[in-house]
Ligand binder design. Structure first.
Ligand SMILES: Cc1cc2nc3c(=O)[nH]c(=O)nc-3n(C[C@H](O)[C@H](O)[C@H](O)COP(=O)(O)O)c2cc1C
Length: 336
């Protein structure tokens, strides 16, 4: 009955523009979590591998499955999303100052391939409000919380490090890990931050700030770099080298791939992204040491996709688009 109702609601929601249906779903999960979570995800005893917690440094993920950044862009919904049984949620991306994002329409469903294209452009309430939201919801959250940070649209690339440092300072205390997003295709030139010209300086500034925060709060917070699947092999090697010299603990692979659909230019996610994300994971896994944490993201829809990522070095898995198309049922499918 519950699954039937969820399926029915998902069908109705498809009549609304994607951004509106997304908001309705999040509010619904927030106010009526018991309707969704009545049947908690229980991992079958025979599936002991998936039941095993994943330990990384001080962090204990109750399972390997998480929700990617961009679903909870306000820091208001992660606790209700967490109650669905997943191991972790990444909120954001947040910027120093609140911003509305790009003009609408800015998300389209690519129904045939169960994929999405978006050009949201970091619509968010700003890091200060986000941290207030997170604080008031964190007590009821049992999982691991990742906070994704970025730069404001109007910040020049030469000044971008200041935005990341500002956000890092504000969210350090409340984060379990922090994702440095330099790979969204929807903020003009953001991806240039991964070039030789900017990356080293950005990571030096982040590193310096991190060291003083670590001392002040007596706490370690892994810093993960979220990469683009459109990165060239040559630059990828440079990124890995510089990151390993600094305080980067791992990588999220990957963000959306740049593309165009029905006149909308933005980031494509879901099955259409799968091959590129997997290929990036394989390359990075080949280049790094075992102690770095790899989180796979991009087109993970089936148990087979997920196992392929785990076989290629990923320790944790994030989903986004498959959750939008299938609702909470996907979590059950991927954990059992
Ligand atoms: C509508 C939408 C908004 C997103 N916003 C963000 C974001 O703010 N920050 C970020 O790092 N990734 C963002 N992403 C990327 C996802 O976190 C994820 O990495 C990507 O969609 C690939 O996973 P998927 O194929 O499972 O969707 C967004 C994706 C979508 C579809």
């Amino acid at each position: 009955m519950r699954n039937f109702l969820i399926k029915f609601c998902l069908k109705i929601l498809r009549f609304f523009p994607p951004e509106v249906s997304g908001k309705i779903s999040l509010e619904f999960i927030r106010f009526f979590p018991y309707l969704i979570t009545k049947k908690k995800i229980t991992i079958k005893e025979s599936n002991s591998f998936y039941k095993k917690p994943i330990i990384y440094g001080n962090l204990k993920f109750k399972n390997y499955l998480g929700l990617g950044a961009g679903l909870d862009k306000e820091g208001k919904y992660f606790a209700s999303l967490g109650s669905l049984g997943i191991g972790f949620v990444e909120v954001g991306t947040f910027t120093p100052v609140a911003q509305p994002g790009n003009d609408r329409p800015r998300i389209k469903r690519i129904n045939k391939e169960k994929s999405l294209i978006n050009r949201l452009g970091f619509n968010n309430p700003g890091i200060l409000q986000a941290v207030r939201n997170i604080r008031s919801n964190k007590k009821s959250f049992k999982g691991i919380l990742g906070v994704s940070i970025g730069k404001n649209k109007n910040t020049k690339l030469e000044e971008a490090h200041k935005d990341y440092v500002f956000c890092l300072e504000k969210c350090f205390e409340i984060s379990d890990y922090i994702a440095i997003n330099i790979s969204s295709p929807n903020t003009e030139d953001l991806r240039r931050l991964s070039s030789e010209e900017y990356l080293e300086n950005l990571l030096v500034e982040i590193n310096n700030c991190y060291e003083s925060l670590e001392k002040k709060h007596q706490k370690k917070v892994p810093l993960l770099l979220k990469l683009s699947p459109d990165e060239s092999d040559k630059n990828l090697e440079k990124i890995i080298k510089v990151s390993c010299e600094k305080k980067i603990s791992g990588f999220i692979l990957s963000n959306t791939t740049e593309g165009t659909y029905e006149g909308l230019n933005g980031g494509i996610s879901g099955p259409l992204l799968k091959d590129k994300s997997l290929s990036l994971l394989k390359k990075v896994n080949y280049l790094i040491n075992d102690d770095l944490l790899l989180i796979a993201s991009g087109g993970i829809t089936t148990k087979r996709d997920l196992e392929e990522r785990l076989d290629n070095g990923a320790k944790l898995i994030q989903i986004y688009t498959s959750f939008i198309y299938q609702g909470p049922k996907i979590l059950d499918d991927l954990l059992n």
